[in-house]
Design a protein around this ligand. Structure first.
Ligand SMILES: Nc1ncnc2c1ncn2[C@@H]1O[C@H](COP(=O)(O)OP(=O)(O)OP(=O)(O)O)[C@@H](O)[C@H]1O
Length: 628
């Protein structure tokens, strides 16, 4: 087996026995997890003996071991890749999991276990870290990993509590502390996980020694609020004597499935201990409102300046400090011959994109704005950088651009291409990459699946994301226009945005469930589900996370998707042509309703935790340092 078969994309984790890498199998195109197995801790003789057995475990709720591969230095276990992370991460993330979703995870685990036990394999180290998640059209699937590894390590003499006691004490059945194990030991561990999912804490907490005493002697206290059927499941699963527990995984699976069905039909009102889903903020919301003579189509906020685009005018307001600040103390205006389409920030200055007429043959233009040279309120037509001829910006063309990078990517669709090349594109688009700011094409246009979004990731790579009825496809490409094999996820997405702090991280909302968002890490490929409990209409990235705007509501999330604040807005940001722009400590919304334009300025400083304000100060210090 050649190790060059796998192209390593990055490290996803670190376990007791070594690193776990995300890699692409060059033969099949699918993603795999490469688990680096330390030769000292898991000698080959133990390992090879079990490999055939582990590889024979093929079940939708078990992470399959595909094979083993070597390099001169290392030995890897090749496994199915699970992009959703571990159950531990899911529990720790303040995602609101419904009661039924929690039970479904346990049902998945029991199905995998039933199959493994029927094949005479005991896990011996079941815990949320060994339950991995994948996303399918139907939802989340839980899969058990690391079958047999604990027992192998135990035989090799490695343990948590000393020789021969490999396992995690919080989930270890009493007999495991005496180095004994049976199928019932696995069912006890599932009982602890079920308890944790239902009660939001484990039955016993403490240091390994204290845990051992508790598992051996103490009776787990099950809160009265847990529905009777599940209390009885927990009591049986957590029995001290293995013979008093469920006779098999099949029996426990039946009991949990029955409880899930009955409780679903009763519409159980059992509420779990509340997780920190919505931080309460009683502080006053600082909001200013101003009527505007005409609709504002685009807003851009940059440090002390706010740019507002309205028809064929751009107004720049200068403030004494970073927005939001009292003022403005100065206002400048530029007038263009053509309507302003949007505002971009490239390098150290703002650029205005204007569009012309109604036919795609007429080019759009980029105009640099210079604050120094333009007299107040004097209309001026600034020089055009380049005629992007043949590119019709109104035909849903996409632009990927990060100010600090010296290139930008543009795609144009069917109509423009036909006009330029006289050919049919089908569902594809033409990708063109330009040097910035010279606007020289870097390579011949390449055909890619027509994207919904285009992002520049760094000085070499970009990604185009396209969405069809039931999938989202992520197509990486280089600055030279070479494409990589795409990643797909079985969920069509909407409203995608790129993180300010980590360009390889995207946040998007599910089309099927608009109250569900996904944090998408491109390198290595990881998905984190975030339940929002509101339906965002716009997502704005900031230096410390994201601002999500919904009807009369705002949710502020950290980079990791943790909710930082949630408050009501007296206006609905989706009113007609609402446009938003975000600064680090506030945002602006413009609305257009009944022929009347309103511009709102929202200061969120008092809603942010201390560390966000610190991030803001740090980034200011870095910017000032750079400028100096
Ligand atoms: N098949 C996989 N697909 C995707 N990520 C994985 C996969 N296997 C492991 N990981 C990631 O790697 C991390 C480390 O996994 P690993 O199984 O080595 O350690 P662990 O289960 O946390 O601890 P232990 O070493 O005690 O088993 C996991 O937390 C998970 O994030």
């Amino acid at each position: 087996m050649s190790p060059t078969r796998y192209r390593i994309l990055g490290q996803v984790g670190q376990g007791q026995f070594g690193r776990v890498l995300c890699a692409r199998d060059r033969n099949t195109g699918s993603l795999v997890a490469l688990k680096v197995l330390n030769k000292r801790e898991l000698p080959t003789r133990f390992f090879l003996r079990e490999l055939r057995l582990l590889a024979s475990l093929q079940h939708p709720n078990i992470v399959s071991v595909q094979t083993i591969t070597y390099t001169a230095k290392e030995r890897y276990l090749v496994m199915d890749y699970c992009e959703g992370g571990t159950l531990r991460e899911l529990i720790q993330h303040p995602v609101h999991l419904s009661f039924q979703q929690r039970l479904q995870i346990i049902i998945d685990v029991l199905k995998g276990l039933e199959y493994a036990h029927q094949n005479d394999i005991i896990h011996c180290d079941l815990k949320p870290e060994n339950i991995l998640l994948t996303y399918t059209k139907q939802g989340t699937t839980a899969r058990i990993t690391d079958f047999g590894i604990a027992r192998l390590a135990e035989e090799a003499g490695y343990g948590v509590l000393g020789q021969g006691d490999t396992g995690s004490p919080a989930y270890m059945a009493p007999e495991r502390f005496y180095s004994q194990h049976s199928y019932a030991s696995d069912l006890y561990a599932v009982g602890v996980m079920l308890y944790e999912l239902l009660v939001d804490k484990r039955p016993f907490i403490g240091l390994p020694g204290e845990l051992m005493t508790a598992h051996l002697n103490e009776v787990a206290q099950i809160p009265q609020e847990v529905p009777f059927l599940l209390r009885s499941v927990l009591k049986t699963a957590l029995q001290k004597l293995p013979q008093k527990r469920f006779k098999s995984a099949t029996e426990m699976l039946k009991a949990v499935s029955l409880a899930a069905d009955i409780l679903a039909s009763e519409d159980s009102n059992y509420t779990l201990a509340p997780s920190q889903q919505w931080p309460e903020h009683s502080c006053h919301l600082n909001l200013q409102q101003e009527q505007y003579p005409s609709p504002i189509h685009c807003i851009h906020i940059q440090d002390h300046q706010v740019y507002l685009g309205s028809h064929n005018k751009v107004i720049c307001r200068s403030y004494a400090a970073d927005f939001p600040a009292p003022g403005p103390f100065q206002e400048q205006q530029w007038q263009f011959a053509l309507p302003v389409k949007d505002l971009l920030w490239g390098g150290s200055q703002a650029w205005v994109r204007t569009i012309q007429g109604n036919t795609f043959k007429q080019p759009s233009r980029l105009h640099p704005l210079s604050l120094e040279n333009t007299p107040d309120s004097q209309p001026c037509d600034l020089p055009t950088v380049e005629n992007l001829s043949g590119i019709d910006w109104r035909q849903n063309n996409k632009i990927g651009w990060r100010p600090e990078q010296n290139w930008l990517a543009i795609t144009c669709g069917q109509q423009s291409f036909e006009a330029v090349q006289g050919a049919e594109l089908g569902g594809q688009a033409l990708l063109q990459i330009y040097q910035w700011p010279q606007m020289q094409p870097i390579h011949q246009p390449a055909l890619i699946r027509k994207p919904n979004w285009l992002f520049v990731l760094d000085s070499h790579f970009g990604v185009a994301i396209s969405v069809d009825e039931d999938q989202s496809h992520f197509q990486g490409f280089t600055r030279r226009g070479n494409g990589f094999q795409p990643f797909s996820m079985p969920i069509p997405l909407q409203q995608m945005t790129q993180s300010v702090a980590n360009p390889y991280r995207l946040l998007a909302v599910s089309q099927h469930d608009p109250q569900m968002a996904f944090l998408i890490d491109l390198k290595p490929w990881r998905l984190t589900k975030i339940s929002l409990a509101l339906q965002p209409e716009q997502i704005l990235p900031t230096a410390w996370g994201y601002v999500l705007l919904a009807t009369h509501q705002v949710l502020i999330l950290s980079h990791e998707g943790h909710p930082l604040s949630h408050f009501q807005l007296p206006t609905n940001p989706s009113e007609k042509i609402a446009v938003c722009a975000c600064a680090e400590q506030g945002f602006m919304v413009s609305t257009w309703l009944d022929q009347s334009a309103t511009l709102y300025t929202v200061d969120v400083r008092s809603h942010l935790p201390e560390w966000c304000r610190q991030t803001q100060l740090d980034s200011q210090a870095t910017t000032h340092h750079k400028t100096a």
